[in-house]
Design a protein around this ligand. Structure first.
Ligand code: ADP
Ligand code: MG
Length: 680
């Protein structure tokens, strides 16, 4: 057995309490521990005498404790600790934000290394919340690792445990292919692990870090590539080649744009081939993804199969159901609907029609996934607004057929460099053109004190026969918060806009009431619709031209872009007004991006920059396996080298069957298994 698979409890000093604490950091085995990398280093070679410290930089000092004092912080009630230390050249004050956590350690006279940021001005400088270690700790080392910690685990613990693992490192088998190591001149795993934990020079640290970043990206990228190749070879449904699409196109109220036609022919090729289709349609809000999906549905049904389409909200599913009933009814196809809100009798009828094969096209919410939803011959699975679903939901839906083709749609574009990694093994088609005759939406940001003027503008526009959405961040007023609520605004607007019909829609309403309101709004009987982000995705009412967002600073960029995408869907000039109450730098930055661009691609790229890939639409939830060192944004160059290496590797050994690649193949497998599924 691999000794690294032993539990951390086999280490000296790890009892049940520490074991539990380590578990919080997801560390169970010695292997997990050794792959917990330092977040920083305390480089004692850069030690400075206190007299030479300057504000604005980080520094290491060696000093003795003179005294300490608890300060209470009136803002959050926690007490801080102010430590006074000295060396031969002077005295330094050190501030710790959480006193209870550190106070015990500092006895008077004790000598420590402190490593932290220096702030302050001309008269007095301070060091803020430094990392620290006893002067006699780490004797003989110049560069000490600084690990991420959790309550109950100290820096000293981590260093001691890592040190005790060092002698074992030499026994770890190399798992990267020897050819990859040679071609890319990277160091071996033992050298990398030793030098990431205890580097003796900056050069060695860099070699170690490069190898570990390279390794993570290589495992991930090669894993995705081989998964994709396996799928291409897998046998699926070959839909009929000579379905007459003209009849479908005639039934559409418009002509497909060039971009829509191009994407449709990509889909048709996939559908006709014997492999299974796994394709993503990405297209900005309003680019007309639904019509392309409808064309694919037509082809599947004409070939004798059923299709299913899942949407993230019931309101959106209903909208698709209504549109498709109208479109496909005339073409002799039967459309069904399923959600968690059907009456028992309606549900039974819907399921029977599905199972008997009567229903050709089923539209619904995630209720479609339930086990009693059984198809007679499911051939095509579509998910709309895929970024709202988890991976497993998509997969469970597709398991209702025998290797059905899969089409997923999203309006959240992915920067090119990341597309492959985030979408896993999906092929990507882009609708990069909007339907003709659309005017760009005019976007304006106003301060809260200009709310009146903004609503007078709404009055003028609605008076001219337009419709408006007013969006607030919450449903009800919240105690102690000055955020606008849909309920509050609804009340206000009913008396302000007596001449118009004003309505409200939100997530806590009964579905039948929501349906009624959306229907009345689409029919023009409601002129001003107050809402929560319920209407964020997919909703299509082309006669609405105003989108006013209250507390716009509370929304993320992707959300604001989606909200703005609800207007500008018809021929009239549309307008988006963002009311901002709060002026934080972060909020201002986001609003400025909205003002500067209406391109979903650019906005997504900025969003990624601001929030980082971990936060990027639910990726944290779904997880990219094995990313400890690599940062998909920072390491674009390494990723390019990895892509080349994967190509070279798979050219020599397409299925990784050669003996020397055996460890590598196993590592990929375990990585993908521990991550569950990957992709969106
Ligand atoms: P999204 O890509 O955001 O899902 P939709 O599919 O809802 O966009 O389409 C947005 C609007 O554009 C709808 O009203 C739809 O009828 C209309 N539309 C789609 N394609 C075309 C086209 N080729 N010409 C004109 N209008 C179109
Ligand atoms: Mg849509």
């Amino acid at each position: 057995m691999n000794p690294f698979h032993a539990s951390v409890s086999t280490l000296k000093g790890v009892g049940s309490v520490k074991q539990k604490a380590l578990l919080k950091m997801n560390i169970r085995t010695l292997e997990d521990l050794i792959y917990c990398f330092p977040r920083d280093y305390e480089d004692r070679r850069n030690r400075l005498p206190i007299a030479r410290l300057t504000p604005g930089s980080a520094a290491v000092v060696r000093a003795a404790v003179v005294s300490y004092e608890r300060l209470s912080n009136s803002r959050n009630g926690k007490s801080q600790l102010e430590l006074t230390v000295k060396d031969d050249t002077g005295v330094l004050k050190i501030l710790f934000f959480n006193a209870s956590y550190v106070a015990k350690v500092f006895e008077q006279g004790g000598e420590f290394f402190f490593y932290g940021k220096i702030v302050g001005g001309f008269k007095e400088i301070k060091m803020l919340h430094p990392d620290f270690s006893k002067a006699d700790e780490g004797e003989g080392r110049d560069i000490l690792p600084v690990y991420p910690l959790t309550a109950g685990i100290s820096q000293k613990d981590m260093r001691k445990w890592m040190e005790s693992l060092l002698p074992m490192i030499a026994y770890i088998d190399e798992y990267l292919p020897p050819a990859s190591i040679e071609r890319n001149r990277i160091c071996g795993i033992a050298y990398a692990l030793e030098n990431i934990h205890f580097p003796t020079t900056r050069q060695k640290f860099k070699e170690a870090r490069y190898r570990l970043v390279f390794e993570e990206l290589l495992l991930l990228y090669t894993g995705l590539k081989t998964a994709k190749m396996a799928r291409i070879n897998e046998s699926g449904i070959a839909f009929e080649r000579d379905v007459d699409m003209e009849a479908f196109k005639k039934a559409l109220p418009f002509r497909l744009t060039e971009a829509q036609s191009r994407v449709l022919s990509e889909i048709c090729l996939d559908m006709e081939s014997a492999g299974t289709m796994n394709r993503l349609i990405q297209g900005d809000v309003g680019s007309g993804k639904t019509a392309v999906a409808a064309a694919a549905i037509y082809k599947a049904v004409k070939s004798g199969f059923q299709t299913v389409m899942m949407a993230p909200t019931e309101t959106l599913a209903k909208q698709h159901y209504n549109d498709f009933t109208e479109l496909f009814g005339g073409l002799g196809m039967k459309v069904g609907f399923l959600s968690g809100n059907l009456k028992a009798s309606e549900r039974i009828a819907a399921l029977e029609d599905l199972c008997s094969g009567e229903t050709d096209i089923l539209i619904g919410t995630h209720a479609l996934i339930q086990p009693d939803v059984i198809f007679a011959r499911l051939g095509l699975v579509i998910t709309d607004e895929q970024h709202r679903f988890g991976v497993s939901q998509r997969i469970r839906l597709s398991q209702k057929g025998k290797s059905p083709d899969i089409l997923v749609m999203t309006a959240t574009p992915i920067p090119r460099t990341l597309g492959f990694i985030i979408y896993g093994d999906l092929d990507i088609s882009s609708i990069d053109e909007r339907p003709p005759g659309r005017l760009p939406v005019i976007t304006k940001a106003v301060r809260g004190n200009k709310r009146n003027a903004a609503y007078e503008f709404v009055r003028k526009e609605v008076g001219l026969g337009n419709q408006a959405y007013i969006v607030a961040p919450s449903i009800d007023e919240n105690e102690g918060s000055d955020l606008k609520s849909a309920a509050g605004i609804y009340e206000e607007l009913q008396s302000r806009f007596r001449e118009f019909s004003v309505a409200m829609i939100h997530g806590r309403m009964k579905q039948s009431d929501k349906d009624k309101i959306m229907g009345d709004f689409a029919a023009g009987q409601i002129q001003v619709l107050v809402s929560t982000v319920l209407i964020e995705v997919g909703i299509n009412v082309p006669t609405a031209t105003i989108m006013l967002v209250e507390n716009a600073e509370r929304f993320g960029l992707a959300q604001l872009h989606q909200l703005r995408g609800r207007v500008g869907r018809g021929k009239r000039q549309s307008c988006c007004i963002l009311i901002c109450e709060n002026d934080s730098e972060d909020a201002r930055e986001r609003i400025n991006i909205m003002l500067a661009s209406d391109d979903g691609f650019k906005i997504a790229e900025k969003d990624l920059e601001l929030r980082g890939p971990g936060e990027f639409f639910g990726m944290k939830q779904h997880g990219i396996p094995g990313m400890r060192m690599a940062n998909l944004l920072k390491h674009v160059k390494v990723l390019n080298a990895v892509k080349e290496e994967t190509a070279a590797l798979l050219a020599e050994d397409p299925e990784l069957l050669k003996l020397e690649n055996n460890n590598f193949a196993k590592k990929i497998e375990s990585m993908f298994i521990s991550a569950g599924e990957i992709g969106i």
